[in-house]
Design a protein around this ligand. Sequence first.
Ligand code: LLP
Length: 416
Amino acid sequence: MSFHYRNGSLHGEQVSLEEIATEVGTPCYVYSAEAILSRFRTYNVAFGDTPHTVCYAVKANSNLAILQLLAREGAGFDIVSGGELYRVLQAGGDPAKVVFSGVGKTREEIEYALQSGIFSFNSESEPELSWISEAAVKLGKQARVALRVNPDVNASTHEYISTGLKEHKFGIDIALSEGVYQRASKLPGLTLDNVSCHIGSQILNPSSLLEAIDRVLSLIERLRAQGLAITHVDLGGGLGVAYKPGDETPSIEDYVGHIVSKTKGRGLHVAIEPGRSLVAEAGVLLSRVLLDKENGGKLFVIVDAAMNDLMRPSLYKAHHEIETVREHAEGSPTRKADIVGPVCESGDFLAKDRELPVLAPGDLVAIRNAGAYGFVMASNYNSRPRSAEVLIEGATWRIARQRESLADLVRGEQLL
Ligand code: LLP
């Protein structure tokens, strides 16, 4: 367990979270390197001798230290912007293992990626295919391209993060994709030997993922029959994590096991793009209680982290477990409260109607499973400096990102 109680106090690996909060202040994201690496290794080992690349979806957590940890393990990266490519290169990532996804890339981003020597573009529209072709010709390069096909399966997840149905903005309708492959294969500068898909995120039921794989594999057979030498497949990310006690998720081993058995013997190099399942459980958001107040018979515990620090509860009504950093004895009194931040919106909450031990001003809480889509979605709303990020490795820890200062808040702004 990367986060666990020791001597009555919550630790990340061997480091006390109280110590980090005292030295770095709160709110503060804390990540366990071991938790990230062990999950990455589990993915890799589960593929066995199947030729594969695990391309970490940078959007889940793009802190340079985390990218560097994964780069050192030989990870590939799934990016969706020039900014993410820049981060991967800064962190020492291998551009030859980078796939560039996303529904709208600019010409500048396409050229930057080609010049950096990325592995492949996952493209989802014909205009973009022409732009990639034009950029490749202009730069004298050959661009490997996968069409991101939309397999029309329902990922059964929150509507904002489901992407695999026909009515979503993502992908190219799988039924139309053969025609697009044929037309694209006539464009200069493109190598079309790859197919990709991604049907959504926080998927707990593997059947939709498996259904998508089946549809993509049968498309590959049809494309091959039409003379296209497809040698690569990219099955996207999406594996969910257990946010709530009792959530059931497929294990990484089982999920990859399914992929391996479905793709075996087909002469395919398999890429996947996991984000959340690598980093979510490896992170907590540490926050301190400011005060509590009662309004209309309801108890609110106001903490120093808010929707600008962790947006998931406000945006998706997402559930994150909250634990007190000081361990409470079994049977000690609890109260039901909304845990909310200081931001001036009723939508600013971290948890609603949550039964928690009685919290006093100054107490520390850890908001669990905050390593994915946490800091990366933070903003400066209400002119709140973004929090610090800390990385624990065994018994040591370091600041992976400094807390923003007040001067950082106005950087780039100009007085009249
Ligand atoms: N590949 C592509 C093309 C994606 O769009 C995504 C996520 C991933 C891979 C990684 O998916 P994962 O393994 O992390 O599920 N902000 C939302 C999640 C948005 C996911 C967007 N795409 C949240 O906080 O739940």
